[in-house]
Design a protein around this ligand. Structure first.
Ligand SMILES: *Cc1c(COP(=O)(O)O)cnc(C)c1O
Length: 457
């Protein structure tokens, strides 16, 4: 699709609708001349060049990429109206779109019933899930793995809940033996399972966690902020397919969070939380004499901790999923390409003389480290940092990676031959979330190998 054409068309379509209400004089206080605008805008676009090229396949660092053009056009069209999805009075069209999008997300996870809404972020979505966890099990604690997102520990603090970290196995997944021991204490109200940890992309065994938690009367919340859309690859044939057991088990959990602004091709400002039991809506009851008046139907603000939210986010997601539906053949193809890139690069790393694979990728994140300076944590740490810096600084053939700090124990569990001459090390990490990475994996690997060879021996 021609982005420029559709951006103009979006502005025209909204202008046509606005003109239907009759002409009026804009207030002079808002006037700016094209000359003034041009000068300020020139400054803006200049300043925006101070960015890493998230759009380009040479950017293989953090979880960052531009939204799909359909999301950009959908967002712009709705933003020109600027509906507020707090209340139906703030934007009936986008509120309806939000309910449709959330139903699609709930169906993707196989939830048989649901109550949910979009949020500003995965952090707020998880806060809501933990808030409901507290209301249902007051005084009880929340268990999450040591590889879970830091938000769980922090939000437990915000909510006045005790958070209990549970150790992980040698692949970064929640350790079931440790979880069992923690649950046996009888103090856990909710277990948080992560399907796709932010650091390693590790998938907790949700199916086994659910059975264990239920046996102890605990609830299960799934943090699928990063990994959730990979459920589209569960049980699929071919190398990109994933073992379906953890993904199918999400349908048996109490709540799930997914971030359309990570793998759903959306601009920032789009997370989502869904509860299997619509009855949890009772915990959101509040009096709002000023926002709800045109209809007795459910307003999204009545089931959300946030008040104002961009209706444009719902419009962008709705339009995107109309074109790339939440199926293996739709958005699934985008995820499969990144996963294949990770598998291919992982194989090259196993065969490399100057780099080594930290652990096999479970989704589309790969982790690796240089071995040119010897197999010791201090050399790996310094080498990883040098490769990161040298890759970005190269004007001709730059490559953008990220680092991940791992503990000496975590390295020992995977690579016992590495000398533990420090308590941990930075290693290299690449999130291959752009489908273009698939054709670029070989080039990325070659480039990083070249940088590794330049390290002091
Ligand atoms: C990114 C992430 C979060 C936080 O979500 P934001 O949208 O960045 O606020 C929470 N949990 C996991 C697993 C994540 O990957």
């Amino acid at each position: 699709m021609d982005l420029e054409h559709w951006l103009t068309t979006a502005a025209e379509a909204i202008g046509d609708w606005q003109r239907g209400y009759g002409a009026f004089e804009p207030h002079p206080s808002l006037n700016v001349s094209d000359e003034q605008f041009g000068a300020a805008f020139g400054e803006l676009t200049r300043r925006l060049t101070d960015n890493y090229p998230f759009f380009h396949p040479s950017y293989a660092g953090q979880m960052l990429k531009p939204p799909h053009p359909a999301a950009v056009v959908g967002y712009l069209a709705a933003m020109l109206i600027n509906p507020n999805n707090h209340a139906l009075d703030g934007g009936p069209a986008t509120a309806a779109m939000e309910k449709e999008v959330v139903s699609q997300l709930a169906a993707m996870f196989g939830l048989r019933t649901h109550l949910g809404h979009l949020t500003t972020s995965g952090t707020i979505a998880n806060l809501e899930a933990l808030y409901v966890a507290r209301e249902l099990h007051p005084g009880k604690a929340v268990a999450y793995s040591t590889e879970a997102h830091y938000t769980h520990g922090r939000m437990c603090g915000v909510l006045g809940l005790a958070g209990v970290p549970v150790g992980v196995d040698a692949a970064g997944r929640m350790d079931l033996g440790e979880l069992d021991a923690v649950l046996a204490g009888g103090q856990i109200g909710t277990v948080v399972a992560t399907t796709g940890t932010t650091g390693l992309g590790a998938v907790d065994p949700v199916h086994e966690i659910v059975a264990m938690a239920r046996a102890h009367g605990a609830r299960v919340h799934v943090d699928a902020a990063y990994g959730g859309f990979f459920t589209l690859l569960a049980g699929q044939a071919g190398p990109a397919g994933l073992d379906s057991a953890p993904w199918l088990a999400i349908a048996d959990c109490d709540s799930v969070v997914v971030d359309p602004h990570k793998h759903g091709l959306q601009p920032y400002g789009c997370g989502a939380v869904m509860f299997a039991d619509p009855g949890v809506g009772r915990f959101y009851v509040h009096d709002s004499p000023y926002t709800y008046f045109t209809s007795g139907d459910l307003h999204l603000g009545e089931i959300s901790l946030e008040c104002s939210r961009a209706g444009a986010s719902a419009a962008a997601a709705w339009l995107t999923f109309r074109l790339l539906p939440l199926t293996a053949d739709g958005l699934g193809r985008v995820l499969a390409a990144g996963r294949l890139a990770a598998l291919e690069w992982a194989q090259l790393l196993r065969e490399s003389a100057v780099l080594d694979l930290y652990q096999p990728p479970q989704l589309d994140i790969i982790t690796y480290f240089p071995v040119t300076g010897g197999r010791a944590l201090s050399a790996i740490d310094g080498g990883s940092a040098s490769i990161l810096q040298a890759g970005m600084a190269d004007g001709k053939a730059p490559v953008f990676l990220s680092t991940l700090r791992i503990s000496a124990d975590a390295m020992h569990a995977r690579h016992p031959e590495v000398a533990a001459d420090a308590d941990g090390a930075r290693i290299l990490r690449s999130v291959l979330m752009k489908p273009e990475s698939q054709t670029y994996a070989t080039a990325l690997h070659a480039r990083v190998e070249e940088l590794a060879r330049q390290l002091p021996q």
